[in-house]
Each structure stands twice: as C-alpha cells, then as structure tokens.
Design a protein around this ligand. Structure first.
Ligand code: IMP
Ligand code: MG
Length: 182
C-alpha cells in the first residue's frame, strides 16, 4: 500500500527525549526500589527504541520481555480490535512488571493488554508511555508515567512508524501531507 506524499516536521528533539527519560528513570527507580525482580515488558514494535534507552537509564536489576499486540494496519486508524500476536516468553506471576508503550492513543491497546497481564497475577504492574494523546481517548486508560502529552497529530520516529517507515528517526516528528506535484 502506498501513502500520499508527506513531510515530517520535528516535534520533540532527541535531546529532549533523553532528558525526559532521565527524569522518568529516577521516578521508576523510586517506585521499584524494593524489587529484586523487575520485568520490563516492551510492546512491539513501537516501543523498541524507548525501552532500549529507558532500561539503560535504570539503576535496577531488570529483565526484558516483549509482547506484540496488533491494533493498526498500515494506515492511521486504530482497528480497535486488539489481538495478541506474540506473547511474553516468561511468566509474570508474583513478579514486579513495568509495561512500556510508545503512544497511548484511543487507549484500546493498553486497556486490553493490562487486563490480560493483570489476570496473570503479577505482584505489581505499572505502565509507562513515551507519548500520550489524551484528546483521542475512547476507553478510560491512564498510564502511570508519560513522557510527553501531545495534541492529536500523527507522529513518527524514535521507534514509531507510519506504514512501517521512519522508525529510525532519532526524534519525534509529525506527519504533514503535501500536495502531489505529479
Ligand atoms: P491505541 O490502542 O489507539 O491507544 O493505540 C496505540 C497504538 O497505536 C500505539 O502503540 C501505536 O502503535 C499506534 N499509534 C497511535 N498513534 C500513533 C501515531 O501518531 N503514529 C504512529 N502510531 C500511532
Ligand atoms: Mg504500538
């Protein structure tokens, strides 16, 4: 599927993201100070850059696991039907868990994933999302930590894609469609 022509306007610099992650890491260290068994769960694929930077900033014993939930196809609209495409490798019963997401948009993904993970009886479970678009919410969901709250713009970069592209940009940018010259 091909996309109409677009440009990317820088919204959050790599430097701002790094500074924010340092602050968030200190808060997370306080919350999990007592733990000897934190499992950091990244939601694939959008969180892979964020989780890599976040865990390297955490001065805690951490294990890393991944879960993949589907919501978007190649477009810009959430399908609202969340399916688990790849489950965790490890059990989380009685473990302290931190779920790492790229963006909370409609809220369906995290709402669904958290219900599933809670049913496995972790000792403690919290969520962190790099970005939050509160104006887009369709189900009641609030992450415990948010990197940046942003307006209703479609964003890419720092792990986040548009039709699988632009995940490798080091910053967060917003997609702006331009007139097709042809
Ligand atoms: P939700 O279920 O609507 O909250 O969707 C969350 C997921 O939708 C995120 O993990 C992203 O993968 C995707 N998503 C939401 N907003 C954007 C965006 O602006 N750019 C790219 N992906 C997005
Ligand atoms: Mg996602």
């Amino acid at each position: 599927m091909s996309q109409p022509p677009y440009e990317i306007d820088k919204m959050i610099s790599a430097k701002s993201i790094a500074a924010r992650i340092e602050d968030l890491a200190r808060e997370i260290e306080r919350e999990y100070a007592e733990t000897d068994k934190l499992v950091v769960v990244g939601l694939l694929r959008g969180s892979f850059v964020f989780i890599a930077d976040l865990v390297r900033e955490l001065d805690l014993p951490v294990e890393v696991d991944f879960l993949e939930a589907s919501s978007y196809g190649d477009g810009m609209e959430s399908s609202r039907e969340v399916r688990i495409l790849k489950d965790l490798r490890g059990a989380i019963e009685a473990r302290d868990v931190l779920v790492v997401e790229d963006i909370v948009d409609t809220g369906h993904t995290l709402h669904h994933v958290m219900a599933l993970l809670r049913s496995r009886n972790p000792a403690k479970i919290h969520t962190i999302a790099l970005l939050d678009k509160p104006s887009r919410r369709e189900v009641d969901f609030a992450a415990d930590w948010i990197g940046f709250s942003i307006p209703d713009e479609f964003v890419v970069g720092y792990g986040i894609d548009y039709a699988q592209r632009n995940r490798n940009l080091p910053f967060i940018g917003k997609v702006r469609f331009v007139e097709d010259a042809s």
